[in-house]
Design a protein around this ligand. Structure first.
Ligand code: THU
Length: 135
């Protein structure tokens, strides 16, 4: 996977998880996106007292990357303290489908970052909605 290994990408996600702002759920999630050029952009979940405004780690990373002009995402590592790792929620799957359609989603339990599972965005959201121009 380009110049960055899967292990390095997951390490970046585990580090990003430490910056999660999750005072309500206490469930910290870290994410790290990898571009074709080998750039890593990270994010962590940020919660609100108005719970529905909470933003997942995956979307924080994606919005940060997109608004920094990054594109061509080849992978996203996601990590949380959960057996087998936490899978992206439906909202994140939709955003990944639109802006990182070819990315490999790598998940891990942050306590065992070296044990990963992999999925394709296209398999996580079959028949996802998009305008032709939005990808
Ligand atoms: N969360 C993520 O950041 N990513 C996921 O894939 C699942 C859920 C966050 C949202 C919320 O802050 C907390 O985890 C509990 O749902």
């Amino acid at each position: 996977m380009q110049k960055v290994s899967k292990g390095q990408l997951m390490k970046a996600a585990i580090k990003a998880r430490n910056k999660a702002v999750a005072p309500y759920s206490k469930f910290k999630v870290g994410a790290a996106l990898l571009t074709k050029r080998g750039e890593i952009i990270t994010g962590a979940n940020v919660e609100s007292a108005s719970y529905g405004l909470t933003c997942c780690a995956e979307r924080v990373a994606l919005f940060s990357a997109l608004t920094s002009g990054k594109k061509d995402f080849v992978a996203i590592a996601v990590t949380a303290e959960m057996d087998g790792g936490a899978m992206p929620c439906g909202a994140c799957r939709q955003l990944l489908f639109e802006y990182a359609p070819r990315a490999v989603v790598i998940v891990s339990d942050s306590r065992k970052g070296n044990q990963t599972k992999e999925f394709l965005v296209s398999d996580l959201l079959p028949g996802g909605f998009t305008f032709e121009t939005s990808v």
